[in-house]
Design a protein around this ligand. Structure first.
Ligand code: NAG
Ligand code: NAG
Length: 212
């Protein structure tokens, strides 16, 4: 919803300035991926559409789609939190990146209360994105306890990849499992970097996520 709003503002600026090369940049930009892991296509409580994660899993990744058996009253929405993708061995997502020069914001949603047949206190894992280790020996359960929150979001800004694919790998520690409830892959258009005047105009409050 925020992105949509942002695009509207960009389009208004473009129609005022009629700079065609910028228009080209924007059309080449990726659409955000908003994925409910282990889920099916659904809208969240805010009316945002979430897609299943399955088609982005690399071939050979062994995983389980699970549904939580506890719904915490603090959850803002069942989507994406009540379903999860669980990995008992290394699992990799491959996300297409159209504009290899754009930065990417990766948002990981975690809701660690309880999944049938899995003991959440045995979940420790690493997350590597585009070759960069984002989380290591990570326990979503311990993090949630530390935050006194049932669910939380981890947000990462990734430098331009110069690659048409963003690989995100979940690797459980020995004897442990990894899981994730939701993944968002949001391109940050290169115009925010290359044209400070425009970035100032567009960035002002239009997208709280892009704080640089
Ligand atoms: C889950 O694992 C922890 C740590 O190994 C253990 O103390 C606890 O009893 C286990 N819970 C269940 C329900 O098996
Ligand atoms: C992972 O973190 C847990 C809890 O903080 C700790 O007990 C364990 O030793 C750590 N494992 C590794 C391999 O660092």
């Amino acid at each position: 919803m925020v992105r949509h709003h942002n695009h509207t503002i960009i389009n208004i600026i473009l129609s005022l300035t009629t700079i065609s090369f910028l228009s080209h940049t924007i059309h080449a930009q990726d659409k955000p991926l908003i994925l409910s892991c282990g889920g099916s296509p659904a809208k969240d409580a805010d009316g945002r559409n979430w897609d299943p994660d399955e088609k982005f899993l690399s071939a050979g990744a062994k995983s389980i789609a699970a549904k939580s058996d506890v719904q915490d009253p603090s959850l803002p929405s069942e989507i994406p939190y009540m379903t999860a993708r669980i990995f008992q061995s290394e699992g990799k997502y491959q996300f297409p990146i159209k504009d290899v020069k754009s930065r990417t914001m990766l948002r990981l949603h975690f809701y660690p209360p309880s999944y049938p047949n899995f003991n959440i206190s045995k979940s420790y894992f690493a997350v590597v994105a585009g070759g960069v280790t984002l989380l290591n020996n990570f326990s979503a359960s311990i993090s949630a306890e530390a935050l006194s929150q049932a669910y939380f979001i981890k947000e990462f800004f990734l430098a331009p990849l110069d690659s048409p694919t963003l690989d995100v790998t979940f690797t459980p520690a020995a004897g442990a499992f990894a899981f994730v409830n939701g993944i968002e892959v949001l391109p940050i258009p290169a115009i925010f970097d290359s044209d400070p005047a425009l970035a100032g105009t567009v960035g002002a409050g239009a997208d709280g996520a892009d704080q640089r």
